[in-house]
Design a protein around this ligand. Structure first.
Ligand SMILES: CC(C)(COP(=O)(O)OP(=O)(O)OC[C@H]1O[C@@H](n2cnc3c(N)ncnc32)[C@H](O)[C@@H]1OP(=O)(O)O)[C@@H](O)C(=O)NCCC(=O)NCCSC(=O)C(=O)O
Length: 406
């Protein structure tokens, strides 16, 4: 076994030694695992033999090599296991027994059939933390229904709030609902592990997370405004529906670059007024600012349209008005602040040579996580995980292979 193939291969990171197995596909569940893997956990991604996780085929390719999975699968182990076979399910249960954390995102009926639901997992490994991600949650009447992240975004209220008032509701340009669900799933796992490590009576935990719930939770004002005022917040373009004093919008410069300006406190809105040479004292209170929000917005639009991006950003910086060029991927690649932060790193990849991707974020300054591999080939770690970690014998492995179960 080479050094890099040993358990705890990262040798660093906050979660070194944490054992995680994922019976999860596409984006949300694997992203939860990715957050844990970035911090040094040993994450085993179980995929069906053949094509593997559908996530492998997603997104643009270079020379036939899919790019997204190089990031999505990074720092993880890939094993194949066809759970349609009973013998494969027995191996899955050994992985459950091995793990501290089990992530499942197959539909409820399938989890029950395959012995990967809470009852089964808890029986196999009473100390395990189970993160179950589903469309509608395990207690819902829709518990077994399929769900995708965009459904979650729509159901969370966020899509209703996104877009211009006279336009259609809009989704964001990436897997927002899935990503936030993965992130919240990882956060929940760590909360459960904290209890495990401090409560002598810990007897496992079942985290039951629906795809719409994380975004729903994060729009902090939606429910209480509706409850207390009886009003339904509406789309308001780039403005925040419930922060009436704020000036937030994108404006186009003379050299046709979009710039976001955002000012959400009394002082920062006053700074905008001063920049536009409006009498600052007339923008002293939240009510005054709200009453003249359109004037500020129109004023900024005209002001930015007359100037180049560079002039605007310089003036904004001088006036302490918070603003940014609306970045695209090329801007990110060229930006000095990203470089100063080491937010993009170069990683060796067996198919593509050197690839650039996001660093482990957030940065831990004392004990940072690291990227020790890009998304692995399908089943690349079968031998390591099944033989060395689970202790399967040659005969057991041969029998699985003979039945196409791995
Ligand atoms: C994503 C789903 C809609 C896919 O639904 P289905 O295709 O009906 O699959 P099921 O969940 O019933 O799981 C059974 C299928 O899993 C696949 N599968 C996965 N892993 C295995 C292994 N190891 N062995 C065998 N089969 C496997 C295989 O295709 C099975 O289908 P058969 O071969 O027919 O037996 C659902 O799993 C789901 O709602 N999951 C919970 C919420 C979630 O995570 N949604 C995706 C978020 S990402 C997202 O929204 C996005 O990317 O966009």
């Amino acid at each position: 076994m080479s050094d890099k193939d040993k358990p705890n291969a990262t040798g660093q990171g906050q979660l070194r030694g944490l054992k995680v197995v994922e019976f999860a596909h596409v984006v949300a569940g694997p992203l939860a695992g990715s957050m844990l893997a970035d911090q040094g956990a040993d994450v085993v991604h179980v995929e069906p033999p053949g094509a593997g996780d559908a996530a492998r085929a997603m997104g643009p390719r270079r020379d036939g090599v899919p790019l997204w999975f190089k990031v999505a699968g990074r720092n993880k182990r890939s094993v194949t296991l066809d759970l349609h076979h009973e013998a494969a399910r027995a191996v899955a249960h050994r992985l459950v027994a091995w793990a501290d954390v089990v992530i499942v995102t197959l539909r409820a009926g399938r989890l029950r059939d395959w012995g990967l639901d809470w009852e089964a997992v808890h029986q196999i490994n009473p100390q395990a933390v189970l993160l179950q991600i589903s469309g509608f949650g395990a207690t819902s009447s829709q518990a077994d229904a399929p769900g995708f992240g965009k459904m979650g975004e729509a159901r969370s209220g966020v899509v209703h709030l996104t877009g211009s008032p006279d336009g259609p509701p809009v989704h964001t340009g990436f897997s927002h609902g899935d990503a936030v669900t993965g992130l919240m799933g990882a956060y929940a796992v760590l909360a459960a592990l904290h209890r495990r490590d401090h409560d002598p009576d810990f007897d496992g935990e079942w985290i039951d997370l629906a795809l719409f719930e994380p975004l729903f939770r994060l729009v902090e004002w939606q429910v209480i405004v509706h409850d207390q005022l009886g009003t339904v917040p509406q789309r308001s373009g780039n403005q925040l529906a419930v922060a009436p004093a704020a000036v937030i919008n994108t404006y186009r410069s003379h050299d046709e670059q979009w710039i976001t300006v955002t000012s959400a406190t009394l002082r920062s809105v006053r700074n905008v007024a001063r920049l536009l040479v409006l009498p600052e004292e007339e923008f002293a209170t939240s009510e005054q600012q709200h009453a003249r929000r359109k004037e500020l917005d129109d004023g900024l639009r005209a002001w930015v349209a007359e100037r180049s991006e560079a002039e605007c950003l310089e003036a904004f910086a001088r006036a302490e008005v918070v603003a940014s060029r609306v970045f695209d991927a090329a801007d990110i690649a060229a930006d000095p602040v990203y470089a100063e932060r080491d937010d993009i790193v170069t990683v060796d990849d067996p198919d593509l040579g050197e690839v650039r991707m996001q660093a482990v974020i957030p940065h831990f300054r004392q004990h940072p996580g690291r990227i020790w591999r890009t998304g692995p080939a399908l089943g690349q770690d079968n031998d390591l995980v099944y033989r060395d970690w689970l202790g399967l014998s040659d005969e057991e492995l041969a029998a699985l292979e003979k039945n196409d179960a791995v």
